[in-house]
Design a binder for this molecule. Sequence first.
Ligand code: E4P
Length: 223
Amino acid sequence: MKYFLDSAMIEEIEHAYEHWGIDGVTTNPKHILSSGKPFLAVIREIAAVFRGVRFPISVEVDPHLSGVEEITSAAAKLAAISENFVVKVACTEQGLSAARRLKRDGIATNITLVFSPAQAIQAGRIGARFVSPFVGWKETNGEECDTFIKEVTTIYRNYAFETEIIVAAVRNARHIVDAAVSGAHIVTAGFAVYKDSFAHPFTDHGLDVFTRSWDETEAAFDG
Ligand code: E4P
């Protein structure tokens, strides 16, 4: 399973790449805002970190744009900045149409803001590079997500869609595990979510027990 980091913070991205072996980055306008830098500056900075390395970086097309032509041309401009850029396009009729055109022009897209299996089907049919079903937002809205992701993964297997499923808006380790059990290709989560997922209180407790035993053995045989 691939891990993408959902962030626009350079320090987080560098740390997660070097120490955790993340496989890609996803950004969105909220992450750009949190980075405290202008949009183009921050996406160029992320691109520079991975110059010469094949590493998918999802960048969102201006969400003001709603026409097929304007989405297509703005996405093409973004894609021209870095060969690693995958343009995030919202799952609307126009966004999906733009994504079809972009695919014909060799530009990879990530169909984002996906909240139903039916939306995910069209992303797979048009051959988008990625589809991003959001679990965290649905759960906040009181919706159950396990079935959602299981249906999307089953449908994609049934039809051998090439589009890779990124389970997005992942809030905790349980979401990561559920996505893995469903057979989703990728999860994208924030820095703290991954960090927490690597730890367990029993691991810390076990280290205490083993350290004390080690020290007692050393003390018993000292000299
Ligand atoms: C995915 O590509 C999105 O950037 C992300 O998961 C959105 O969710 P969040 O910013 O609320 O975590």
